[in-house]
Design a protein around this ligand. Structure first.
Ligand SMILES: NC(=O)CC[C@H](N)C(=O)O
Length: 209
């Protein structure tokens, strides 16, 4: 792919603006997506952090659930952070029965896994595919991954020193789908978005070859 990929940010709820800014800085042409026609025009999509059960409801209201599910299943490069990871997961623990996701990632995640007392915490993570110093990871009522299927690559785990969270999987990749429990869009460190854009380019070049 030459030029800047057009990357949609699902804009029904959540920290849409932060992802639009991070994507533009990382070298994409970001666009908010609220309609099927907008989704049809993107090379890739980001599902932002926010509230996964609310986003699930809005996806149905805006008639985006099926179109998104179909495009992801047919290989649309997709990045989900936090609530976005929950929407991509095949199985979600501790959620509402009617909170349907879009699939794409063969993992089981637990919502609000870090404990109700600890709403948010930060730590430094080594993330596979991100070079340089560790990534400052901000977790806000975040999920973690409890099961990874075949074909899912673990990109990061919580380092020791965080009690029950030690060793928990918090970043994964399956094919062109990337997901993180944390929010790189809020720290100003563009390296996770850059990793995603490399995946977008690889996927586009693969399609042409
Ligand atoms: N920061 C976030 O995206 C939080 C996710 C939220 N707890 C949910 O269940 O969807």
């Amino acid at each position: 792919m030459t030029g800047r990929p057009v990357v949609g940010v699902l804009a029904l709820q959540g920290d849409v603006r932060e992802h639009l800014v991070a994507l533009a800085r990382a070298g994409a042409d970001p666009v908010p997506v609220r309609r099927e026609a907008e989704l049809a025009a993107v090379h890739a999509v980001v599902l932002p952090g926010g509230e996964s059960t609310t986003m699930s409801r809005l996806l149905r209201t805006f008639e985006l659930l099926e179109p998104l599910r179909e495009r992801i299943a047919s290989g649309l490069p997709t990045y989900g952070s936090c609530a976005g990871m929950i929407l991509l997961a095949r199985e979600v623990l501790d959620t509402r029965a009617d909170a349907v996701g879009v699939g794409g990632l063969d993992v089981t995640v637990r919502r609000n896994a870090f404990g109700r007392q600890v709403d948010s915490f930060e730590t430094d993570l080594d993330v596979v595919g991100v070079v340089g110093p560790p990534v400052r990871a901000v977790f806000i009522r975040a999920p973690w991954v409890e099961r990874v299927g075949d074909g899912v690559q673990v990109l990061a785990r919580v380092p020791p020193g965080h009690g029950a969270a030690d060793g928990r999987v918090v970043a994964v990749r399956q094919g062109s789908v990337l997901a993180t429990s944390f929010h790189p869009e809020v720290t100003g460190d563009g390296r996770v978005h850059e990793l995603f854009l490399r995946m977008v380019r690889e996927s586009a070049d693969g399609d042409m070859g």
